[in-house]
Design a protein around this ligand. Sequence first.
Ligand SMILES: *Cc1c(COP(=O)(O)O)cnc(C)c1O
Length: 239
Amino acid sequence: SGLTELLRLDSSWVPSAPGTSLYIRPLQLAMDPYIGIRPSNSYQFLIITGPVGAYYAEPVKVKIETNYTRAAQGGTGFAKTGGNYAAALKPAVDAQKEGFNQLIWTDAKTHEFVEESGTMNLMFVINDTLVTAPAGDTILNGITRDSIIQLAKDQGMKVEERPVRVREVIDSIENGSMQEAFGAGTAATVAQIKLIHHEGVDYHLPPIEGWKYSADFLDTLTKIKTGEIADPHNWIYKI
Ligand SMILES: *Cc1c(COP(=O)(O)O)cnc(C)c1O
Protein backbone atom coordinates (compact mmCIF):
# COMPACT_ATOMS: atom_id res chain seq x y z
CA SER A 1 0.00 0.00 0.00
CA GLY A 2 0.98 3.67 -0.14
CA LEU A 3 1.59 3.71 3.59
CA THR A 4 3.97 0.75 3.43
CA GLU A 5 5.87 2.39 0.58
CA LEU A 6 6.08 5.71 2.44
CA LEU A 7 7.39 4.01 5.57
CA ARG A 8 10.03 2.18 3.53
CA LEU A 9 11.14 5.51 2.07
CA ASP A 10 11.16 7.18 5.50
CA SER A 11 12.73 4.27 7.38
CA SER A 12 15.94 6.13 8.18
CA TRP A 13 13.85 8.81 9.90
CA VAL A 14 12.60 6.32 12.49
CA PRO A 15 14.32 7.34 15.75
CA SER A 16 15.64 4.63 18.03
CA ALA A 17 15.99 6.26 21.48
CA PRO A 18 13.57 4.93 24.13
CA GLY A 19 10.16 6.57 23.97
CA THR A 20 10.68 8.11 20.52
CA SER A 21 8.78 7.14 17.38
CA LEU A 22 7.90 8.07 13.83
CA TYR A 23 4.56 9.85 13.96
CA ILE A 24 2.25 8.91 11.07
CA ARG A 25 -0.54 11.33 10.23
CA PRO A 26 -3.08 10.70 7.49
CA LEU A 27 -5.29 13.61 6.39
CA GLN A 28 -7.74 14.44 3.66
CA LEU A 29 -8.45 17.79 2.05
CA ALA A 30 -11.33 18.92 -0.18
CA MET A 31 -9.81 20.01 -3.51
CA ASP A 32 -12.72 21.44 -5.57
CA PRO A 33 -12.02 25.01 -6.71
CA TYR A 34 -15.28 26.14 -5.14
CA ILE A 35 -16.34 28.47 -2.35
CA GLY A 36 -19.50 27.35 -0.59
CA ILE A 37 -20.80 24.63 1.66
CA ARG A 38 -21.21 21.26 -0.01
CA PRO A 39 -19.30 17.99 -0.10
CA SER A 40 -16.32 18.18 -2.43
CA ASN A 41 -16.20 16.07 -5.59
CA SER A 42 -12.43 15.72 -5.38
CA TYR A 43 -10.20 15.08 -2.40
CA GLN A 44 -6.52 14.73 -1.76
CA PHE A 45 -5.50 12.04 0.72
CA LEU A 46 -2.06 12.58 2.28
CA ILE A 47 0.06 10.78 4.82
CA ILE A 48 2.85 12.74 6.47
CA THR A 49 5.39 11.43 8.95
CA GLY A 50 7.77 13.03 11.40
CA PRO A 51 10.15 11.76 14.08
CA VAL A 52 8.90 12.67 17.56
CA GLY A 53 10.78 12.81 20.84
CA ALA A 54 10.01 10.96 24.03
CA TYR A 55 6.66 12.06 25.35
CA TYR A 56 7.19 12.62 29.06
CA ALA A 57 3.66 12.52 30.32
CA GLU A 58 3.65 14.38 33.62
CA PRO A 59 0.52 13.47 35.59
CA VAL A 60 -2.18 15.94 34.58
CA LYS A 61 -4.76 18.07 36.33
CA VAL A 62 -8.12 18.01 34.58
CA LYS A 63 -11.36 19.92 34.94
CA ILE A 64 -14.76 18.36 34.35
CA GLU A 65 -16.42 20.59 31.75
CA THR A 66 -20.10 21.14 32.48
CA ASN A 67 -20.84 24.06 30.16
CA TYR A 68 -19.22 23.53 26.75
CA THR A 69 -19.70 20.39 24.67
CA ARG A 70 -17.23 18.48 22.50
CA ALA A 71 -19.61 16.06 20.84
CA ALA A 72 -23.36 15.53 20.77
CA GLN A 73 -25.55 12.56 19.91
CA GLY A 74 -26.09 12.48 16.16
CA GLY A 75 -22.89 14.43 15.61
CA THR A 76 -19.36 13.50 14.52
CA GLY A 77 -17.63 12.98 17.85
CA PHE A 78 -16.68 9.41 16.93
CA ALA A 79 -14.51 10.60 14.00
CA LYS A 80 -11.16 12.38 13.79
CA THR A 81 -12.63 15.25 11.81
CA GLY A 82 -11.41 18.85 12.11
CA GLY A 83 -14.66 20.39 13.28
CA ASN A 84 -14.66 18.41 16.50
CA TYR A 85 -11.35 19.90 17.55
CA ALA A 86 -12.17 23.49 16.59
CA ALA A 87 -15.07 23.64 19.05
CA ALA A 88 -12.90 22.17 21.82
CA LEU A 89 -10.14 24.78 21.63
CA LYS A 90 -11.66 27.69 23.53
CA PRO A 91 -12.91 25.61 26.47
CA ALA A 92 -9.47 23.95 26.71
CA VAL A 93 -7.63 27.31 26.66
CA ASP A 94 -10.02 28.66 29.33
CA ALA A 95 -9.27 25.63 31.51
CA GLN A 96 -5.51 26.11 30.99
CA LYS A 97 -5.83 29.70 32.19
CA GLU A 98 -7.40 28.29 35.37
CA GLY A 99 -4.38 25.99 35.82
CA PHE A 100 -5.67 22.72 34.37
CA ASN A 101 -3.91 20.75 31.63
CA GLN A 102 -7.07 19.63 29.91
CA LEU A 103 -10.77 18.91 30.22
CA ILE A 104 -12.89 15.93 30.96
CA TRP A 105 -15.77 16.20 28.50
CA THR A 106 -19.26 15.30 29.62
CA ASP A 107 -22.37 14.36 27.64
CA ALA A 108 -23.98 17.26 25.78
CA LYS A 109 -27.49 16.76 27.13
CA THR A 110 -27.10 16.52 30.90
CA HIS A 111 -23.36 16.98 31.61
CA GLU A 112 -23.86 14.18 34.16
CA PHE A 113 -21.76 11.52 32.42
CA VAL A 114 -18.04 11.70 31.70
CA GLU A 115 -16.98 10.94 28.12
CA GLU A 116 -13.38 11.69 27.13
CA SER A 117 -10.33 13.52 28.45
CA GLY A 118 -9.03 16.12 25.99
CA THR A 119 -8.36 14.11 22.83
CA MET A 120 -7.96 10.85 24.71
CA ASN A 121 -10.31 8.18 25.93
CA LEU A 122 -10.87 8.24 29.68
CA MET A 123 -10.31 5.24 31.93
CA PHE A 124 -10.56 4.55 35.63
CA VAL A 125 -9.52 1.79 37.96
CA ILE A 126 -12.19 1.43 40.64
CA ASN A 127 -12.02 -1.50 43.08
CA ASP A 128 -9.43 -3.20 40.82
CA THR A 129 -11.87 -3.01 37.88
CA LEU A 130 -11.06 -1.14 34.64
CA VAL A 131 -14.02 1.19 34.01
CA THR A 132 -14.52 3.22 30.80
CA ALA A 133 -17.45 4.71 28.93
CA PRO A 134 -18.65 2.81 25.84
CA ALA A 135 -17.32 4.08 22.49
CA GLY A 136 -20.11 5.39 20.27
CA ASP A 137 -21.56 8.50 18.72
CA THR A 138 -19.81 10.91 21.05
CA ILE A 139 -16.84 8.84 22.17
CA LEU A 140 -14.08 8.02 19.70
CA ASN A 141 -13.24 4.32 19.47
CA GLY A 142 -9.52 4.78 20.08
CA ILE A 143 -6.99 2.04 19.30
CA THR A 144 -5.18 2.73 22.59
CA ARG A 145 -8.44 2.27 24.53
CA ASP A 146 -9.06 -0.99 22.69
CA SER A 147 -5.53 -2.23 23.31
CA ILE A 148 -5.65 -1.45 27.04
CA ILE A 149 -9.01 -3.21 27.41
CA GLN A 150 -7.46 -6.25 25.73
CA LEU A 151 -4.36 -6.16 27.97
CA ALA A 152 -6.59 -5.86 31.05
CA LYS A 153 -8.64 -8.89 29.98
CA ASP A 154 -5.43 -10.82 29.20
CA GLN A 155 -4.33 -10.40 32.80
CA GLY A 156 -7.72 -11.46 34.14
CA MET A 157 -8.71 -7.97 35.23
CA LYS A 158 -12.42 -7.17 35.35
CA VAL A 159 -13.43 -4.65 32.65
CA GLU A 160 -16.64 -2.60 32.58
CA GLU A 161 -17.58 -0.60 29.48
CA ARG A 162 -20.56 1.38 30.71
CA PRO A 163 -21.75 4.95 31.18
CA VAL A 164 -19.87 6.62 34.06
CA ARG A 165 -21.54 9.38 36.05
CA VAL A 166 -19.65 12.46 37.20
CA ARG A 167 -21.17 11.67 40.62
CA GLU A 168 -19.61 8.20 40.65
CA VAL A 169 -16.19 9.66 39.76
CA ILE A 170 -16.35 12.16 42.62
CA ASP A 171 -17.83 9.69 45.13
CA SER A 172 -15.27 7.01 44.35
CA ILE A 173 -12.39 9.45 44.76
CA GLU A 174 -13.86 10.57 48.07
CA ASN A 175 -14.51 7.07 49.43
CA GLY A 176 -11.11 5.81 48.28
CA SER A 177 -12.36 3.16 45.83
CA MET A 178 -10.87 4.99 42.82
CA GLN A 179 -7.29 3.79 42.52
CA GLU A 180 -6.27 5.31 39.17
CA ALA A 181 -7.56 7.62 36.43
CA PHE A 182 -5.91 8.15 33.06
CA GLY A 183 -6.33 9.20 29.46
CA ALA A 184 -5.55 6.72 26.68
CA GLY A 185 -4.45 7.87 23.21
CA THR A 186 -1.71 7.42 20.63
CA ALA A 187 0.49 10.42 21.54
CA ALA A 188 1.13 9.76 25.24
CA THR A 189 -0.32 6.22 25.26
CA VAL A 190 -1.26 6.65 28.94
CA ALA A 191 -1.63 10.05 30.64
CA GLN A 192 -2.16 9.63 34.37
CA ILE A 193 -4.54 12.07 36.06
CA LYS A 194 -3.55 13.30 39.51
CA LEU A 195 -6.35 15.78 40.12
CA ILE A 196 -9.94 16.17 38.94
CA HIS A 197 -11.68 19.51 39.39
CA HIS A 198 -15.45 19.74 39.52
CA GLU A 199 -17.58 22.82 40.26
CA GLY A 200 -14.99 24.66 42.31
CA VAL A 201 -13.55 21.68 44.18
CA ASP A 202 -10.22 19.86 43.56
CA TYR A 203 -10.38 16.10 44.07
CA HIS A 204 -6.97 14.46 44.49
CA LEU A 205 -6.28 10.95 43.27
CA PRO A 206 -4.09 8.66 45.43
CA PRO A 207 -0.28 9.17 45.08
CA ILE A 208 0.79 8.08 41.57
CA GLU A 209 3.84 6.14 42.87
CA GLY A 210 1.49 3.40 44.03
CA TRP A 211 -0.36 3.00 40.72
CA LYS A 212 0.33 -0.39 39.20
CA TYR A 213 -2.29 -0.82 36.48
CA SER A 214 -1.75 2.19 34.19
CA ALA A 215 2.04 2.01 34.56
CA ASP A 216 1.88 -1.65 33.60
CA PHE A 217 -0.36 -0.97 30.56
CA LEU A 218 2.11 1.65 29.33
CA ASP A 219 5.08 -0.64 29.93
CA THR A 220 3.46 -3.64 28.23
CA LEU A 221 2.29 -1.63 25.19
CA THR A 222 5.76 -0.07 24.81
CA LYS A 223 7.44 -3.48 24.99
CA ILE A 224 5.04 -4.99 22.43
CA LYS A 225 5.72 -2.05 20.08
CA THR A 226 9.49 -2.41 20.38
CA GLY A 227 9.40 -6.20 20.09
CA GLU A 228 10.81 -6.75 23.58
CA ILE A 229 7.95 -9.07 24.48
CA ALA A 230 5.62 -11.29 22.47
CA ASP A 231 2.74 -9.77 20.51
CA PRO A 232 -0.05 -12.28 21.18
CA HIS A 233 -2.74 -10.34 19.29
CA ASN A 234 -0.80 -9.66 16.08
CA TRP A 235 -0.80 -5.89 16.57
CA ILE A 236 2.64 -5.46 14.99
CA TYR A 237 2.87 -4.93 11.22
CA LYS A 238 6.35 -5.49 9.85
CA ILE A 239 7.52 -3.33 6.95
C1 LIG B 1 -7.30 10.49 18.81
C2 LIG B 1 -8.40 10.52 19.79
C3 LIG B 1 -8.54 9.52 20.77
C4 LIG B 1 -7.55 8.39 20.94
O1 LIG B 1 -7.53 7.54 19.85
P1 LIG B 1 -6.26 6.63 19.56
O2 LIG B 1 -6.72 5.81 18.37
O3 LIG B 1 -6.03 5.79 20.76
O4 LIG B 1 -5.12 7.54 19.27
C5 LIG B 1 -9.61 9.58 21.64
N1 LIG B 1 -10.51 10.59 21.57
C6 LIG B 1 -10.40 11.58 20.65
C7 LIG B 1 -11.42 12.66 20.63
C8 LIG B 1 -9.34 11.57 19.74
O5 LIG B 1 -9.23 12.57 18.85
